[in-house]
Each structure stands twice: as C-alpha cells, then as structure tokens.
Design a protein around this ligand. Structure first.
Ligand SMILES: CC(C)(COP(=O)(O)OP(=O)(O)OC[C@H]1O[C@@H](n2cnc3c(N)ncnc32)[C@H](O)[C@@H]1OP(=O)(O)O)[C@@H](O)C(=O)NCCC(=O)NCCS
Length: 137
C-alpha cells in the first residue's frame, strides 16, 4: 500500500533525488532551498507518496491567500501509471481546501506533455501568460 503523507525534513535527500529523476529541477532553482522553504512555511507543504521506506512521488502545494499553487508533481519512472499522480493531486487539493483556498492553479513548462494529463483529470487552461521577476537569488 502506498500512503501519502506530509514530507519531513529527513526526506529532503530522497525527495530531491526524485525531483532530479523526474527532470523537475532547473539550474536557477536550488531544490534544497525550495524544499526547506516549503516545509518552513505554514501555508506550504510537500506531500510524498511512500511505500515501505521508498518515496515514489511528490507534490508541493502553497496558498498565497488568493490561489493555491502546485509545484514539483513527480512520480518515480518505475511507479508511473499506477494513479499516484492523481492521488497526489487530490491530496494537494484537499490540503489547500483545508487552508481555505478556493481555487488551485499550476504551471506546465513548454514542451511537457503533462498538460495532457491535467486536461484528462479535469484541469482547465487558464488563458494567462505567466511573468516572473527575481526578488533574491
Ligand atoms: C506526469 C506524471 C507525474 C504522471 O504520473 P503518474 O503517476 O504516471 O500518473 P497517474 O498514473 O496518476 O495518471 C493519472 C491519469 O492521467 C493519465 N495520464 C498519465 N500520464 C499521462 C500523459 N502523459 N498524458 C495523458 N494522460 C496521462 C493516466 O492514464 C491516468 O488516467 P486514468 O486514471 O483515467 O487511467 C509522471 O509522468 C511524471 O513524474 N512525469 C515527470 C515530471 C512531470 O512532468 N511532472 C509534471 C510537471 S507540470
């Protein structure tokens, strides 16, 4: 049975290894800092799917007071196709609902066919462009 639970500080290495295996890391993001910030913030969480002591999937969620956002959805290559992403997304949405969050959004990098999965699971394109600006690096 694969259970979903909140990540602990001690999960950092396994979670970051999974992010790397899922090609979710980018040179401009420090995954350890991303993990630490999420666990250190009351309005953010990282959830993991775990079987035995092996972490098979992750998702990060945060509530900014207006919208919930989801990041770092990844499932270990050997565990794909079992419904873990669906369960992780449901768990992230439940967590956000518990924060009083009315709507959740997520971003998909250009070229990632995960967009097909999100459409399949009922997520709708939002028709927005995303702009970013660094505040600290
Ligand atoms: C995308 C990813 C998280 C999917 O994980 P997964 O555990 O295999 O997905 P699930 O088994 O929960 O699939 C859920 C549903 O989506 C469907 N699905 C899965 N991948 C899909 C894809 N690439 N395109 C279309 N549908 C897909 C499944 O068939 C399933 O539908 P069903 O329940 O009706 O049969 C996984 O492939 C992954 O880690 N990819 C690399 C990281 C990534 O791109 N993350 C998303 C960042 S935005």
């Amino acid at each position: 049975m694969t259970a979903i639970r909140a990540a602990r500080t001690s999960d950092a290495a396994a979670v970051i290894a999974l992010w790397r295996a899922c090609d979710l890391t980018r040179p401009w993001n420090d995954p350890q800092a991303d993990f630490d910030r999420a666990l250190g913030h009351a309005a953010a969480t990282v959830l993991v799917a775990e079987k035995g002591s092996a972490i098979a999937g992750t998702v990060m969620a945060g509530f900014d007071g207006h919208r919930g956002w989801i990041y770092y959805l990844g499932v270990a290559p050997a565990r794909r196709g079992e419904g873990l992403a669906r369960r992780l997304l449901d768990a992230a949405c439940d967590w956000l609902r518990g924060q009083g969050c009315p709507k959740v959004e997520l971003m998909v990098r250009d070229g990632n066919d995960a967009a097909t999965l999100y459409r399949h699971l009922g997520w709708e394109p939002q028709g927005v462009q995303v702009f970013g600006r660094w505040l600290a690096r």
